[in-house]
Ligand binder design. Structure first.
Ligand SMILES: Nc1ncnc2c1ncn2[C@@H]1O[C@H](COP(=O)(O)OP(=O)(O)O)[C@@H](O)[C@H]1O
Ligand SMILES: [Mg+2]
Length: 276
């Protein structure tokens, strides 16, 4: 069987000695670093997601193969319903694909058990959503330290780290505010600080400025860009905002659950109101 085409390779499951193998085979051509020496942080293979609702079938992802490099800033574009959030859920280990594979740092996510998957989500990935998703009865600081508590960080250290993250996003003086006492931009800053709580390698942002005005959205964009350039965090960001696209290293277009185009930022013309 051609391993490049096969659904069980690479990595696959080696049950011969009773152990499941979650690491990709280093001899496999797919494991090699792509694009010169750039390491791949996310790799998807033949990724499909089918939703069934009654007699209706929706192919939210219809075979996505993509490699995302460590340290890059990738914007994902596509009309509403094209599969952006579904791709995020698969790549972030929040939901399982119908078929195909997701590798994070060459680990096949499907082969992780519940504890390993929880550890991966908590330590490696920060999530940022359009609707902020803060816990309403907690202060900004408490929201930011929740993931640290999951990771077993002692309370004192969590508070110190939480305060410096709030300072990083310009909210040090608001640490005691609850979400209802904050503007949308301040809530999203808090959500960014929370996403950074355990120093993740990857930030997944699903239309992070979709609910914000242009000026506030721009401030959020600059925070994300700074995390990318100063801390080397890989940022994957679904967006319709052309100012954010102008900051990206690459742009991925999805339509009807398929990759329509993937281009370096330098290969596209970004103008206010259009991207070509
Ligand atoms: N939980 C779900 N159940 C059924 N259909 C879904 C579900 N989530 C998404 N879909 C459908 O999958 C397609 C892709 O949705 P989504 O990934 O949310 O797109 P986008 O984020 O690009 O707007 C849409 O047709 C949507 O209606
Ligand atoms: Mg969406």
């Amino acid at each position: 069987m051609n391993r490049l085409q096969g659904d069980t390779a690479p990595g696959g499951q080696d049950e011969s000695n009773g152990k499941r193998v979650a690491i990709m085979d280093p001899m496999d051509p797919l494991t090699r670093k792509a694009d010169g020496e750039r390491a791949v942080i996310i790799r998807t293979r033949h990724l499909r997601k089918v939703y069934r609702m009654g007699s209706q079938t929706v192919h939210a992802l219809a075979g996505v193969d993509v490699e995302i490099y460590r340290g890059e800033f990738l914007c994902v574009m596509g009309p509403s319903g094209s599969g952006k959030s579904t791709l995020f859920n698969m790549v972030g280990g929040l939901d399982a694909p119908t078929s195909g594979r997701v590798f994070i740092d060459e680990v096949d996510v499907a082969q992780l058990n519940a504890v390993e998957l929880a550890f991966l989500r908590c330590q490696k990935i920060g999530y940022i959503f359009q609707t902020y998703n803060l816990v309403p009865y907690m202060t900004a600081l408490e929201n930011v330290t929740v993931p640290m508590a999951f990771a077993g960080v002692p309370a004192d250290e969590a508070r110190d780290r939480g305060m410096s993250l709030l300072e990083l996003v310009g909210l040090k003086d608001r640490w005691f505010h609850r979400p209802i006492e904050m503007s949308g931009g301040q809530q999203q800053r808090t959500a960014i600080a929370r996403a950074m709580a355990n120093q993740p390698a990857l930030l997944l942002c699903d239309e992070p400025t979709g609910n914000l005005d242009v000026k506030t959205g721009d401030e959020i964009h600059h925070i994300l860009k700074r995390l990318n350039t100063d801390r080397g965090v890989t940022v994957i960001c679904a967006t319709h905002d052309h100012r954010l696209i102008a900051m990206a290293d690459r742009i991925l277009w999805i339509r009807d659950g398929k990759i329509e185009r993937l281009a370096k930022r330098s290969e596209v013309v970004v103008e206010t109101g259009s991207v070509e």
